[in-house]
Design a protein around this ligand. Structure first.
Ligand code: ADP
Ligand code: MG
Ligand code: ZN
Length: 611
C-alpha cells in the first residue's frame, strides 16, 4: 500500500515552534514594554532629587508618592508618604509638575499577558490567515478534519455550475431535480415527496463525474463535502467508520448540503461474507457505517449524497437498495456534439485563432473523454507558445490531438533508412487496404514520425459522421485494414517484423467479439458466450461456455482473421505499384495528408513534391 499523504509531524513540533516564536517576540519587544517598572527609593533620595531639580512629575495618594525624573521616560520611582508639610512648597520651588496619575506598574498578570498570551494569539492569527490564503489559492479545499489519512474536504462554494459541464445533458437533467430540492426543500416535503437520498454517477474515467457533483453544489449554492473512497484503503481498523461518522455529522450541521463520495467502489465493493480471515474487516466496517448513516439521517433536512464510480458492477447490492443510492445517473463518453462543446468550453480559457474548426477536431477524437479533450486544448496552447505564437491555431489543435492519441513526437529518435522504409510500407499498407474497401472511414493522415508512446508511425482515419452501429462488413473491413500493415511487409519484403503487434491485438479483439458477443459467425449464431466486466475500464471478457465450445470459438476467430489477412494481401498484390509510389513519397515527406494520399491514388505523384 502506498501512503500518499505527508507524514504527520509530532505534536511537540508545533509546541516547539510556538515557544521559539514567543521567545523571539520577548527578546524583540520585551524590554520596551516590560521595563516600565517601579523602583523604590528612600524619601531622602526623593527630596535630594527635588532639590537638584531633576524631578519632572509627581503624583501621590494616601500611601505613596510616584515620580518621574527628567530625561528618563521609562522609569517610575516610588517612595512612601512622610509627614512633611513643606513638601508642596519645595515641589513648587523646584518647578515640578503635579500629575493626577502616573502610569502604574504592570501587574504580574499583565506581564504574563504581554509576554506570552499576546504573542501566541498573534502567532495563531497569522497562521490562520496564511492557511486561508493558501487554501484560496489551492481552489478552496478549506478545512480538513481529523488525523486519519482520509480527508474530508469541505467547500462553502464550489464555484462550478452546469455551464462548466459541456454535453452530458441527460445527466444534468437528472441532477436538476436535486438542485431544485436543495434550493427549496419545503416544496417537496409539503407534498410528502421523498427526494432520493443518494444518486450514483456511473461512467468511464474522465467523463466529468466529479465535475458534475461539484456543479450540483455550485448550482444549488450549498456547501460541498467530499471524501474519496481510495483514501480509506490505507487506514487502520475503525478509522474509516469514524471518518464516515464525522463526515455525516459535519454535513448534518451544514444542511442543506451535498456529500460526495468519490470512487465509492473502493469501500463499497461486494462483501464476500465469511471465509476471509481479517483482510477486509476495515472496508466492511466502513461500508457498514456508511449504510447505517444513510439509513439514519433524515431525508427532509436536505443532505443529498452523490457518489461516483467507474465499476458499478462491483458495488455491494446493499448500497443500491431503495433509500440508498437508488438513482443511477450514467455519465457516458461524449458524442460528436458533446466533444465539440467540451472543446469549446475549455478553449474559452485560452486564446484561440478564428481559423480553428472545433467540429473537425471533435470528429478526429472519437472515443476521447472530457478529461482527454481538456488536455488536448491545453496541449494546443502549449504548442502555440513553443511555436512563438500568441494564439492557438488549427495546426496546434491537430498536433495536440495526435499527442493525446499517440504521444509526443520523438524528434531525436532516428530510424535507420531500412526501418524507415519498412514502417512506410507498413503504414501505406493499412491506408491502401482501407481506401480500397467500401464502407471504411477516409484516411486523413499517414506519418512515420515516431512518437513517445512507442508507435513508429501510424495511419489516422476519421469517420465522416459518428455512427453507433457497425455492420458485419464494416468490422470485417476494419480487421482487413489492420492486417494491411503486416500484409505490405510480406508482399514487398517477403519477411515480417514486430511492427504489427498492436494491430494483431486489436484485430483479435474485434474478431473475438464478432463470434462471442455480436452473433456474427455462422457456426454459433446468436449465442452470447462472453460477458464483459468493467465495461468502463477497457472491458475484460469472461468466458461463459464449455471448454469444447471455447476451443471452437478460437477456431472461428482464427478463420475470420485468416480471411481478412488474405484479402488484405490480395488487395496489396493488386496495387503493388501504388504501394511503391505512395511509400516512396511518404519516406520523402514523413507525413502526408489524406488529400495528398487520395491525389496519388487517383493521379499519381503530385508535382509539388518535386521541390
Ligand atoms: P471523472 O470524475 O469522471 O473521472 P472529472 O470530473 O474528474 O472526471 O473530469 C476531469 C476533467 O475533465 C474535469 O476537471 C474537466 O476539466 C474535464 N471534463 C470532463 N468532462 C467534462 C465535460 N463534460 N465538460 C467540461 N469539462 C469536462
Ligand atoms: Mg473523478
Ligand atoms: Zn500497423
Amino acid at each position: 500500500m502506498e501512503n500518499k499523504t505527508m507524514p504527520q509531524k509530532p505534536w511537540f513540533y508545533y509546541y516547539f515552534v510556538t515557544l521559539l516564536i514567543v521567545l523571539f517576540f520577548n527578546a524583540m519587544f520585551g524590554p520596551r514594554i516590560l521595563e516600565k517598572q517601579v523602583t523604590e527609593v528612600g524619601y531622602n533620595e526623593f527630596l535630594e532629587r527635588v532639590e537638584e531639580g531633576k524631578v519632572e512629575q509627581v503624583a501621590m495618594d494616601q500611601t505613596q508618592i510616584l515620580f518621574t525624573v527628567k530625561g528618563d521616560t521609562k522609569d517610575i520611582f516610588k517612595t512612601g508618604i512622610w509627614p512633611d508639610p513643606s513638601l508642596g512648597e519645595r515641589l513648587e520651588k523646584a518647578n515640578v509638575k503635579f500629575a493626577a496619575e502616573i502610569p502604574k506598574e504592570n501587574t504580574p498578570l499583565q506581564n504574563f499577558i504581554i509576554s506570552w498570551v499576546l504573542p501566541i494569539l498573534l502567532f495563531i492569527g497569522l497562521g490562520q490567515l496564511a492557511s486561508r490564503y493558501m487554501m484560496k489559492r489551492m481552489g478552496g479545499n478549506a478545512m480538513t478534519f481529523g488525523k486519519a489519512n482520509a480527508k474530508i474536504y469541505a467547500e462553502k462554494e464550489t464555484g462550478k455550475t452546469f455551464a462548466d459541464v459541456a454535453g452530458q445533458d441527460e445527466a444534468k437533467e437528472a441532477l436538476l431535480e436535486i438542485v431544485d430540492f436543495l434550493h427549496n426543500p419545503t416544496k417537496y416535503t409539503e407534498i410528502g415527496a421523498m427526494i432520493p437520498k443518494g444518486a450514483l454517477l456511473v461512467g468511464p474515467p474522465g467523463t466529468g463525474k466529479t465535475l458534475l457533483a461539484r456543479a450540483v453544489a455550485g448550482e444549488a449554492k450549498v456547501p460541498f463535502f467530499s471524501i474519496s473512497g481510495s483514501e480509506f484503503v490505507e487506514m487502520f481498523v475503525g478509522m474509516g467508520a469514524a471518518k464516515v461518522r464525522d463526515l455525516f455529522k459535519q454535513a448534518n450541521e451544514k444542511a442543506p448540503c451535498i456529500v460526495f463520495i468519490d470512487e465509492i467502489d473502493t469501500i463499497g465493493k461486494k462483501r464476500d461474507g465469511a471465509g476471509m480471515i481479517g483482510g477486509n474487516d476495515e472496508r466492511e466496517q466502513t461500508l457498514n457505517q456508511l449504510l447505517s448513516e444513510m439509513d439514519g439521517f433524515d431525508g427532509h433536512k436536505g443532505v443529498v449524497i452523490l457518489a461516483a464510480t467507474n465499476r458499478p458492477e462491483s458495488l455491494d447490492p446493499a448500497l443500491l437498495r431503495p433509500g440508498r443510492f437508488d438513482r443511477r445517473i450514467p455519465v457516458e463518453l461524449p458524442d460528436l456534439a458533446g466533444r465539440e462543446a467540451i472543446l469549446k468550453v475549455h478553449a474559452k480559457n485560452i486564446k484561440v485563432h478564428t481559423d480553428v474548426d472545433f467540429h473537425a477536431v471533435a470528429r478526429a477524437t472519437s472515443g476521447a473523454s472530457g478529461a482527454e479533450l481538456a488536455n488536448m486544448v491545453n496541449e494546443a496552447a502549449l504548442r502555440a507558445v513553443r511555436m512563438g505564437r500568441k494564439m492557438a491555431n488549427q495546426s496546434d489543435f491537430e498536433e495536440s490531438v495526435e499527442v493525446v492519441i499517440a504521444g509526443y513526437q520523438r524528434k531525436n529518435t532516428i530510424l535507420s533508412p531500412r526501418d524507415k522504409e519498412i514502417v512506410a510500407y507498413h503504414e501505406i499498407g493499412h491506408a491502401l487496404v482501407a481506401a480500397s474497401q467500401r464502407d471504411s472511414a477516409p484516411v486523413t493522415k499517414i506519418t512515420i514520425v515516431p512518437r513517445t508512446s512507442g508507435a513508429l508511425g501510424y495511419m489516422m482515419q476519421v469517420e465522416e459522421e459518428e455512427s453507433f452501429l457497425m455492420s458485419k462488413e464494416q468490422i470485417e473491413n476494419k480487421i482487413a485494414t489492420l492486417a494491411g500493415g503486416r500484409a505490405a511487409e510480406e508482399v514487398i519484403f517477403g519477411r515480417i517484423t514486430t511492427g504489427a503487434s498492436n494491430d494483431i491485438e486489436q484485430m483479435t479483439k474485434l474478431a473475438r467479439s464478432m463470434v462471442s458477443r455480436f452473433g456474427m459467425s455462422e457456426e454459433f449464431g446468436m449465442v452470447a458466450m462472453e460477458s464483459i466486466n468493467n465495461k468502463y475500464l477497457g472491458g475484460d471478457a469472461t468466458l461463459a461456455c464449455s471448454e469444447a465450445t471455447a476451443g471452437k470459438i478460437d477456431e472461428a476467430v482464427m478463420t475470420l482473421i485468416r480471411k481478412a489477412h488474405e484479402r488484405a494481401k490480395a488487395i496489396l498484390e493488386d496495387k503493388k505499384e501504388k504501394l511503391h509510389e505512395l511509400s516512396k513519397y511518404l519516406i520523402e515527406k514523413e507525413t502526408i495528408t489524406g488529400e495528398e494520399f487520395m491525389e496519388i491514388m487517383k493521379n499519381g505523384k503530385p508535382k509539388a513534391s518535386a521541390e
